[in-house]
Design a protein around this ligand. Sequence first.
Ligand SMILES: Nc1ncnc2c1ncn2[C@@H]1O[C@H](COP(=O)(O)OP(=O)(O)OP(=O)(O)O)[C@@H](O)[C@H]1O
Length: 670
Amino acid sequence: MLIVEDEYIIANDLELILDEAGYPVIGVADSVDEALAIMAQQKPDIVLLDIYLKGKETGIDLAKQLEELSIPFIYISANDNKSVLEAVKATQPIGYIVKPFREKDILTTLEISRYRHAHSVEIKLREEKALQIALTDALSAPGSWEQRLLNAAMVLQSQVPFDFLSIQYQKKGTTQCFNYYRVGFEEYQTISLTDLQQMTNTTVEQLLQFQDEQVPVGPVRYTEDTFSIFCKQNRLGQMLAKAFRLESALVMPFTVGVADKFSISFLSRKPDTYHSRHLRLLERLEQPIVLMLERVLAFEEVARLSEQLKRENNYLQEEVKTLANFEEIIGRSQRLLRVFDQVTQVANTDTTVLILGESGTGKELIARALHNLSSRKDKILVKINCATLPANLIESELFGHEKGAFTGAFEKRIGKFELAQGGTIFLDEVGEMPLELQAKLLRVLQEKEIERVGGKTLIKTDVRIVAATNRHLEKEVAEGRFRMDLYFRLATFPITLPTLRERPGDIPLLAQFFAQRSARKLGKPFHGISEAVLNELINYSWPGNIRELENVIEQAVIINDGQSPLTLGRPLINSLFSMTMSEIMIQPDTSFKLGNSTPKDLQDVKQIQQETEREYILAILKQTNGRIRGSGGAAELMNLKPTTLEYRMEKLGIRKVLSVQPPSNSSDMN
Ligand SMILES: Nc1ncnc2c1ncn2[C@@H]1O[C@H](COP(=O)(O)OP(=O)(O)OP(=O)(O)O)[C@@H](O)[C@H]1O
């Protein structure tokens, strides 16, 4: 016990009574200063306090400090002046003893007050527990952060009153700000950045900058005298104070996990709303709130990651991911080695790369190698073929859309840019991108942010861009089909792939590689490639480049009897392929319907293509005894989905038969 009493006799009396009753007295003080000095040495459990003391300060002044320190106290006074008693009540003493007192009065009051105090502490603890549970429910309920934080604010209102609540949430360098203005008993109005912008005549950029300003390290209370400091330190707070006539604040910053920072500012119109008990309550709540938010954020992260994983899986099911690195890129020509050097130089930077080269020269393979050699290799590489995306969906495909953004947008959908977050985007055939979209792509490259179709917010992206085209982009720019500014952005680091005819020395290596791979896939022995065939391959001009060579060799392996070196089965005719690149995906076999005559027009080429494909499928089906699906089935050997193969068979008039016996003398399955 500490006795604070300036009348020596009374103080002495009190000390004796307490000692005898078994309450140890740690000191007797006759002024506030002396009392504080004793308390600095040892914290009393209870203080017995007179109102008028030696010195300028009264017992009521000391009581305010005791309240801050959570030390319970009992007044002992003869003063019954009404205004003094009002001031006494405001300090929330646990008891009051009127002088002159009897020993009995002292001991009874002490006992009852101690009991009531302990009881009220217990009630307070129970209330706090209930508050924690209500906060947990509010913050972990489904819904947006805006709604959840508002629910939490409503729970807190009963304990920490406010007229305005501002919550800043900083995550990975971006800050979100949630503002709630109290307009009724349980009514709050959400104040958006746009509302604030209009109310305060400030630009959104300024507001965003204010939002990012430093917050204090621990909980701080700003009252009448110190509120101006709060306004000076916090320009957003200053604006709010002006706009909503606020005069005091309580700021509670805390960190969740390693980097997620929250700062809650309670603001009030009255200058004396916040007391140290509010601060202490928030301090006590900090740990449970942090733990709970950690859990909520971890759940969100898990949900986000599993969503991302789902998307990646879906994506990977559509895309056959080639594990490309230099070992799988065949060739030793100087031209190709120069490309490898360039890839190695640029891989570990975030520089945008433009891969140029004719169709089939291996642009995609190089793009994948670039990704696999970069620090982003553990993240996804998303390929977008700009030529095959439907014009009306291309924007939503790239940037995603919000629910209801356009007819048919029933669900929110994220685009390929968001899917590739942290990884690489490969924009294949970028030269085919519509002009209108080129402007949007340029913005992504410059600002590194995207906006979903129908969305209102900009989303930061961390994606490396690799683009490829077989078009002559400078010519496209000159003819107004490609934006010059985008061209310069993309062409920061151009890599030009040599055509196959520019590196004939690599043809035998590639042919050997493709033949071995196909033979392995088809389960056939491989007896090499004859000298004559190799010469033929070297002398051919390969307008379809490596892809064409790959197809020619694959077909040669299919028709090979498995006992002799590979033969082509049909001659390679240079003149035919000067027609169009896209027509040469499947090589014509001149032994088919058109005989050995050279095709005259596009129709002829198409017919040859179809027949070649038909023969090809039949050869594979023969190999698999007619089995399409499952392991070792034709679809697997051809790297196609079974449904795709069935569709192609139907188009080419190949009927499935129930018996899987190989047909004896015909290669047809009909
Ligand atoms: N150096 C190489 N070694 C082994 N295979 C290669 C090589 N270059 C290309 N290929 C193979 O050739 C085929 C065509 O390559 P790719 O798709 O990368 O060409 P592209 O230039 O992107 O074609 P397009 O412009 O038509 O999209 C692929 O099957 C690829 O695996």
